[in-house]
Design a protein around this ligand. Structure first.
Ligand code: SAM
Length: 312
């Protein structure tokens, strides 16, 4: 196979809507080290892939997100915690299994095959580092809700050693992971239990804090409003979401129709951007960025970004 295309600094600069020089300075070394090579699919293999994706969507095997999945996530992060400890606290053991599950990916609105199984995890790291640089500079308290394996928390703690970083999740294993990381790796991390469906208003979010979610609010489907109301009440200075944003899909294209079907079948996040736009009309929030990066895994695009601030 010839993997004749590559995601380089220029492509990331276009996706981020940022100057190439700045992208090169912040993530150029990571982009070069990752060597993100891929190839587009021939018609027959693309057709076969589409049939296999449709078969999976229609199989009836896909689980629907929501409150019933608490047990599943608890088991996932408990196992991750035990694996992390068994592996001598090696942070590589924190890379979640669902990132990079297939070398078949979504790129620029179509399918592609990555050369390496690390493609998606490296891509994730590059996008995340850029987002931290672009949107989180200057905030000394940063909260990730739905922090899972804590691999985002570790990356942020290393990039921003000056900041106090909080990982919140409804799964105890995820909370424990953040706290074990503080003790074993001496990082400024703090784990705490939190449920999007029953937000804990006793949580203190200091003035000038930032909030972020990565592929986590997706799990609330249409029930994101309790959390949004919580944020509006707590008034963090800035909120960043990297989530599958259903409003970005174009049902006139086949790959987007497939992602849309998958998204709806799984019951993923639905209506956040629309609601934020309504709130913006009413003068209650300011949307700083709403950006489709055109990157995703086989079934959908998790790399869409929405950044907003509550109006005090
Ligand atoms: C796909 S994982 C993403 C984890 C991490 N943010 C990442 O980037 O890998 C979704 C996360 O959301 C958490 N989650 C799902 N429903 C939740 C809820 N109702 N309240 C809090 N966390 C929840 C899960 O435990 C899991 O850690």
């Amino acid at each position: 196979m010839v993997y004749d295309r590559v995601l380089g600094v220029r492509q990331f600069a276009e996706k981020f809507g940022a100057p190439e020089s700045e992208v090169a300075e912040i993530v150029g070394t990571d982009i070069d080290a990752a060597g993100l090579k891929y190839r587009l699919l021939e018609k027959a293999e693309r057709d076969a892939l589409i049939v296999s994706v449709l078969t999976r969507i229609d199989s009836g095997d896909l689980t629907v997100v929501g409150a019933a999945r608490h047990r599943l996530w608890s088991d996932v992060w408990q196992e991750c915690l035990e694996n992390f400890i068994r592996n001598d606290h090696d942070v590589e053991a924190l890379n979640p299994r669902f990132v990079g599950a297939s070398r078949m990916l979504r790129l620029n609105g179509d399918y592609a095959e990555a050369e390496s199984t690390r493609f998606e995890v490296d891509l994730y790291g590059i996008v995340r580092k850029w987002l931290f640089h672009r949107w989180l500079g200057g905030y000394s308290n940063i909260f990730e809700f739905g922090s899972g394996s804590a691999f985002n928390l570790v990356a942020l703690a290393r990039q921003r050693p000056d900041a106090s970083i909080h990982g919140l999740d409804w799964a105890q294993g995820a909370v424990d992971l953040a706290n074990v990381l503080r003790e074993k790796l001496n990082l400024n991390l703090h784990g705490r239990s939190f449920d999007f469906f029953k937000p804990d208003y006793s949580l203190d979010i200091p003035v000038r804090s930032a909030v972020m979610t990565f592929c986590a609010l997706e799990q609330t489907g249409e029930r994101f409003t309790q959390f949004l109301d919580f944020l509006l009440a707590k008034q963090p200075a800035r909120c960043i979401h990297m989530e599958p944003i259903v409003e970005f899909y174009d049902p006139a294209t086949l790959p987007d129709t497939m992602a849309l079907r998958y998204h709806l079948r799984r019951g993923y996040l639905n209506g956040l951007l629309t609601r934020l736009r309504e709130l913006e009309e009413k003068g209650r929030v300011t949307i700083l960025d709403a950006r489709r990066l055109g990157l995703g895994s086989l079934y959908h695009e998790g790399f869409s970004v929405v950044v907003w601030e509550p109006v005090p």
